[in-house]
Design a protein around this ligand. Structure first.
Ligand code: ZN
Ligand code: ZN
Length: 171
């Protein structure tokens, strides 16, 4: 299917009845500062009728592009997100403090749920490798490729102060 809106007319109000679906489509705009969803999102979900509404369970998979938080290298990756969400049916109100999803008429709009789940699953601090050395704060060189010359050519201001003191000492 290429739509996030699915009919639950056949299962609504019949606890135990279910429908399995497979959705494959893009979900634009799902991103954090250092990660974004690329390509289509694949979701294999079971929509199961329960007393309170429809329970949606399953897994969504998508290709993401991450940016290393230290060296900014782009890293393609896959994410897998397990979902388990209740969509409240007609006549069932979610608790007031709960940010819940609801059945709309005879349909479920799965997009907000998938958008939330994937966004939460994106890494906040992706690294190309555990010990990534990052970029030099002065010259911007990728220190994974070797040391830069910044630190050698400039003396540390603390040592400069010490040198000044030493110059005043009697030899
Ligand atoms: Zn890196
Ligand atoms: Zn440098």
């Amino acid at each position: 299917m290429h739509e996030f809106t699915v009919s639950v007319a056949e299962i609504l109000g019949r606890p135990g009845a279910y429908r399995d679906i497979h959705i494959s489509r893009s979900l634009p705009g799902v991103r954090t500062t250092l990660a974004r969803l690329e390509n289509d999102l694949e979701a294999r979900l079971r929509l199961e009728s329960v007393v309170e509404g429809v329970l949606v369970t399953g897994r969504a998979t998508g290709g993401v592009l991450l940016e290393c938080a230290r060296c900014l290298k782009e890293l393609p990756a896959q994410i897998h997100v397990d979902v388990c969400e209740l969509f409240y049916g007609p006549g069932h109100q979610p608790p007031a403090d709960e940010d819940a999803y609801s059945v709309r008429g005879i349909e479920l709009d799965l997009e907000p749920m998938l958008r939330d789940a994937v966004t939460l699953a994106l890494p906040l601090n992706p690294l190309c490798k555990e010990d990534c050395k990052g970029l030099c704060a002065r010259c911007g060189k990728d220190l994974n490729l070797g040391d830069c010359t910044c630190t050698e050519s400039e003396s540390d201001p603390r040592w400069a102060a010490l040198d000044a003191v030493r110059d005043k000492l009697p030899q």
